[in-house]
Design a binder for this molecule. Sequence first.
Ligand SMILES: [Zn+2]
Length: 436
Amino acid sequence: MTYTPTLPQIGQWRSAAELAALQDDQLALMLKWAQRSPFYQTRFGTEFPTDRAGLSAAPLTTKQDLRDNYPYGMLAVRKADLATYHESSGTAGQPTPSYYTAEDWIDLAERYARKWVPITPDDMFLVRTPYALMITGHLAQAAARLHGATVVPGDNRSLAMPYSRVVRVLHDLGVSLTWSMPTETLLWAAAARAAGHNPGTDFPSLRALYVGGEPLSLARRRRISEIWGVPVVEEYGSTETGSLAGECQHGRMHLWADRAIFEVYDPETGRISRDGSGELVVTPLYREAMPLIRYNLADNVEVSYADCECGWLLPSIRVLGRAAFGYPVGGAKITQNTLEDLVFELPVAYEVLFWRARADADRLRVQIEVPDASRDAACAALTDAIRRTYGVDSEVTGVSPGTLVPHRVLTAVHDVVKPRSLFGADEDWDKALLYY
Ligand SMILES: [Zn+2]
């Protein structure tokens, strides 16, 4: 089966002007769809934006707007035309709703499928992100199905799929592509070793690890790739919008600007521009169920229109997320991103996969999981690197493997049974009803 796309594809525009024209055409249609949204009817009344100039004058739509209009205040189609309903993870209590039609799903699946290691009909694709409420698992599933791959629905945070089972399917089924947060791939590596496998040699079918949903430093990314012996392909998106950016072969993350208009908002000055640093603002162009006009994702990003060797003619993005946020220690600012780099720049032979750190006022406390044989060397090397980078003292402790990530988490097998109320004399009736 070869999939023939109907929406714009990379390569279809040969200049920035052609891309802008493509956006303008679709924007006019999308703004018509938005006129059916109760939220935007109230917001714009008879002064509805109809083109790029109108868009530039429109106020931002915030996450709070979505919450205030829960559940159907943003709905611009008949409820019967919806295909799926989702909510984003995050703040407890206040749900952030998102919904899509079947037509919207074509755009969603196509955007997700833009991977430089492509999805093919021969692939066994393990989806290891949540299926509950969020969009992430469904995105990967839809993209894989669109391209004829076989989906292994692994979910995440599910009792039915402990790490031992993930390793079994990766190994026995010959999984070739996976979709997860980056941290998952390190947990699989530890679980694979616990099951007696070598991640680098015992999973020959594996072609790439698709990752997203969590900041990833360059050194950690290199380490993951080194451990599994395949490329790590990163993407960026959200439940409210689907995939927004993906990597080209040259390691740059590009915004899918043929499918959405991207802007950058500076919360200090209130200025909105096409590039630079600030919060990412998105106007999806192919979304009918829940049109969004200048939706502020409030993620810290850096957008650039510099040329890239890939020739896609798409802006590139660096997602700073919480990377810019740090903790003070002895006059230095420690960020997760830079510290993660130092940990994963330790030689691979030290076998450090898991760590945690705490920023006390006068020193940085770091714990790394490391086998006895390389403990002293690893701790000394990391202490040096922290002093060189930040000029602060640290207390680096090597702890035994299994301390931060318990061995049983990597090896346990859960019974997944169905509920029942009648038990035999020698059975454990505490399992009645509470079957999980
Ligand atoms: Zn590129």
